[in-house]
Design a protein around this ligand. Sequence first.
Ligand code: AMP
Length: 386
Amino acid sequence: MKILVINSGSSSIKYQLFDTRKPYPLCRGIVERIGTRKSLLTHQKLDKRPLVNNVYAPDHYQAIRHIYDIITNPNLGAIRSLSQIAGIGHRVVHGAEIFTQPTIITNEVFNVIKKFSELAPLHNPPAVLGIDACRKFSKEIPQIAVFDTAFHQTMPQKAYTYGIPYRFYKKYSLRRYGFHGTSHMYVAVKAAKRLKKPLESLKVITCHLGNGCSITAVKHGKSIDTSMGFTPLEGVMMGTRCGDIDAAAVLYLMEKEHLSIKEADDLLNKKSGLLGLSGVSNDMRDVNKKALSGDKRAALAIEVFIYRIIKYIGAYIAAMDGVDAIVLTAGIGENFTPLHQKLKNALKNTLKKFSARILVIPTNEELMIARQAAHVLKNAPFLKAK
Ligand code: AMP
């Protein structure tokens, strides 16, 4: 079954076209700098070198048109016509409490996703544009929304409830949602395969450590707690995000520095984390290079980053009363070997006690979205499977 996966950001759209029998895409690419005069389309067909072209993409609609053109191009594309696509899987960050599963996008579903833009003002609006464009230019192809929050909807109430007056949960749906769900689920499934045991019998802690970082306790295949919260700011420290911080410290800073809500938001989301602490960069490679050259603040930033991961792992071992595997994934999780070594040392006794392993497993959110979209289509009897 051929599935096109679309991941729409505010100024870029990434795409991958899968034949779901294969684990790699037939072609993939990105339209970048949408809305500027310098939009770029980078496209790569399986085993070929990437091609970069200037394109006219003043908005997401035009960007989707370029994607449709290139994937059906006789030389560069991977299909002859859009009619070969069985479904389009869209990454949608926020599905709130409504969407616990990947969902076919009807008019009603579309309107609800639009409504959730309020909960994820940076992430849901571009997804809405991507979906709208696909619906406009290919209304005959079923569209499926795959939500970052869905995997965490199994969290018990005690894990997702904040200690503030309960009426705010009722009034604003203010609670922990968690993100990166598709990635956590994908690597948890892979971990079970590696351990040759059913996921339903395992206690797994999945650490998605990339630009954004989150850690999840996956007990018997279900997310029972996760470090990101109402927004992707909570939890471990990240490239530019501070992670957990005393809420009163934020109020104190706002008062002392005369910060507006927007300025405080920028400070915590864009100027903190590895970047804010090291003063060097949000990229672990740069921070590490600087730390190795003797820079104390860069070294401190890495120490804080790793220590907080260790604390969350400890908390989730307690929450699950045990652990079988700790999975490291995404850019930092997969590649930053000092982290692997430090975790092994810090958790030596714990790993021994539970006969647990640390596994490095590359994530593949796009493949997971394609597979989930295909699964939804196969189980939708009113749609003819292609
Ligand atoms: P992602 O969001 O998964 O693409 O991860 C991006 C982050 O991974 C970058 O900001 C880098 O800090 C980090 N990263 C990628 N490669 C390496 C590496 N070889 N060593 C350390 N960090 C890396």
